[in-house]
Design a protein around this ligand. Structure first.
Ligand SMILES: Nc1ncnc2c1ncn2[C@@H]1O[C@H](COP(=O)(O)OP(=O)(O)O)[C@@H](O)[C@H]1O
Ligand SMILES: [Mg+2]
Length: 288
């Protein structure tokens, strides 16, 4: 429960649950994201992280529990309403328009916010053209802010994986969100790109005054980046706290490094190397 002494969190989920047939993908998860923080969701493959994002962003309806935005219940709200409230997300499997240029991919996001009467667009009036030029400049600025302005005219299909992930972030920012949800933004990136991404996310929080909810497998990145973390395993929240608290939590160490009866989820190919999680201590030896 949230203490009454604390300010209302930006986003709070309470006992959130989603079943798929017999499988409970998200099982009574509660957490609250405070304004301005970088909050991480950590957990092995299949732990329910993306499903939790889908429940928050209105893509999937919950089987139980609640979602509150600034203290107002928005449980089950459709994704367009969630977006209008001030949340934007990226997807684990990128969703870009591959035939469009980078600039146009971002412009699509901006257009949703620009109320342009259709008639004026058809007539090509001066104000319309000025507005279009302003949108183009805004899109360029966003590409610049994620470090890919020089790729503006290239088709998104021609980009490297890391560049595409940056483009998706730029497009999410186009909606001027207050909360940015990032689903595995470092997937497919090399070590240098991961370092740059960490810097980019910090910069975004600072410059855009954003709150960030991030899913990532890469434990060292999460430990370095996040103010607080929740750890999921088999749909349940098994830990919550600062990176330091989470790193030493026995339930987390067990979920990642396993014991005699290691959970299957901890063994998946995308599983996290134990060295990143524990740093040092007995649990590390146990896992080897
Ligand atoms: N639409 C769906 N239908 C059925 N099962 C699903 C669906 N989406 C996710 N799942 C299942 O829910 C569990 C959690 O998946 P997911 O949220 O994608 O995990 P994560 O993002 O942590 O890897 C998995 O077992 C997955 O197969
Ligand atoms: Mg996922």
């Amino acid at each position: 429960m949230i203490s009454t002494a604390e300010p209302t969190p930006l986003l709070a989920v309470e006992a959130l649950t989603r079943r798929f047939g017999g499988l409970v993908a998200v099982d009574g998860v509660s957490l609250a994201v405070r304004q301005g923080e970088i909050f991480g969701l950590l957990g092995p493959n299949g732990a329910g992280k993306t499903t939790l994002f889908n429940l928050i962003s209105g893509i999937t309806r919950p089987s139980g529990g609640s979602v509150h935005w600034k203290g107002v219940a928005i449980t089950g709200a459709p994704s367009h309403r969630v977006a209008a409230l001030g949340m934007a997300r990226t997807f684990q499997n990128l969703r870009l328009f591959s035939s469009l240029s980078c600039l146009d991919n971002v412009r699509v996001g901006l257009h949703r916010h620009s109320r342009q009467p259709k008639l004026r667009a058809l007539l090509g009036t001066r104000t319309f053209r000025q507005r279009e030029e302003a949108l183009r400049q805004q899109a360029l600025d966003l590409l610049e802010s994620v470090g890919i302005a020089e790729l503006a005219e290239r088709s998104s299909a021609s980009l490297s994986y890391g560049q595409r992930r940056r483009l998706e972030i730029a497009r999410a920012l186009a909606g001027r969100p207050e909360l940015l949800l990032l689903d595995e933004p470092a997937a497919g990136m090399n070590t240098t790109e991961k370092g740059e991404l960490t810097e980019l996310i910090r910069w975004i929080r600072r410059e855009h005054g954003l709150t960030v909810l991030i899913i990532e497998h890469h434990v060292p990145l999460m430990m370095e980046l996040c103010d607080r973390l929740a750890v999921l395993n088999f749909g349940r929240r098994i830990a919550l706290g600062t990176p330091r608290q989470v790193r030493h939590d026995p339930a987390v160490i067990e979920a990642y490094l396993g014991s005699a009866n290691q959970p299957a989820a901890a063994r998946t190919e995308a599983g996290v190397p134990g060295s990143g999680l524990t740093g040092q201590g007995p649990a590390r030896e146990e896992g080897r």
